[in-house]
Design a protein around this ligand. Sequence first.
Ligand code: MLT
Length: 428
Amino acid sequence: MAESAELILDGKSISLPVIEGTENEKAFDIGKLRDQTGYVTLDSGYKNTGATKSAITFLDGEEGILRYRGYPIDQLAEKSNFLEVAYLLIYGSLPTQTELDTFAHQITNHTLVHEDVRKIFDGFPSTAHPMGILSSLICSLTAFYPKSLDPNQSPEETNLNIFRLIAKISTIAAWSYKNSVGHPLNYPRNDLDYCSNFLYMMFAFPTEKYEINPVVVSALNKLLILHADHEQNCSTSTVRLVGSANASLYGSVSAGVNALWGPLHGGANQEVMEMLEAIQQDGGNTQKWVDKAKDKDDSFRLMGFGHRVYKNFDPRAKIIKKAADDVLKALGIDDPLLKIAQELEQAALTDPYFVERKLYPNVDFYSGIIYRAIGIPTEMFTVLFAMGRLPGWIAQWKEMRENKEPIGRPRQIYTGELERDYVGIEQR
Ligand code: MLT
């Protein structure tokens, strides 16, 4: 491997050190470029720019590889559970039984939120989008746990904030749903595991006994695992950037929730479901909508297809597609939207228009089918994405802090007005 690259600029030769990761990814280190040349680099959307070195998640977009701390995503989805994967991402290794029991116990015992949080809830109209409630209430935790603001907090304090956040996101998420439908809130139960407790808080109703369905619990574990981290995506980069200013974990994650809310990021799973429902309401003529997506004069585009990083397929989509089939069969659900989704996928995988543009199903395409099958309303899909992504956000924030990375502050190329003098309003 070359030790460095030579940049010849204005007749001068600059040597740029080459660095290589454990999976043979290579980069030019341009840390001294501006000092040496006066030039900066420009890469809108950071498509070619590494913001950091990280040991948490590896993905290979060409080969469709995704591994958390070296473990392949398909093995974790099949054999692990969400809290075990959260521990792996945050602390770097699979826990022993004692470590996992302690971690789960800590989280179980922090699911209750301060009664004053309910007062904040009561201030939201039932029409409030649950992602707006989630980012607000996560940030409000700084008010209830002010020690979380200390950038020099002890590792024990950081761990306590981690337990609180993983625990309380499930309660806040379930309560945001109950708030939207005007149902009484369900308080967390310490006798249930993480996913069962969330489902209980979401769906239990005073007038009937809520039965925990193991098929649904298993599907939820799998969905949360598949969303748990994805290296430097938009929301994770947001969490790292905000955290690099020594902002608290709660404040940094609240910012990440807002980034994930965007329809081009985590909001895509809600957009996919709304697209499938629109096609169904239009009579279910899938080919008509495929043709609209291909028509350059038509603004309609297929949601849930293609990916910034994966060039051939999203490994998570393959796992979720099988899980969707399994869950619908196990629950005896014949969802007409699944048929529409399968027809769209078939078109995307065979029609040269989509194949040439690498528009194949991504993680958002099938996740909505499962969420819908287990009773999650469409507006809550991105909240479930946030619950899944939380351990990844935490792990990345913690890694950035432990590595003592500098505050993130990108440069720019100015394209505005040259210097000019102020003129009074009467001369304008
Ligand atoms: C994600 O999992 O965050 C999405 O696939 C988006 C991305 O990785 O850029």
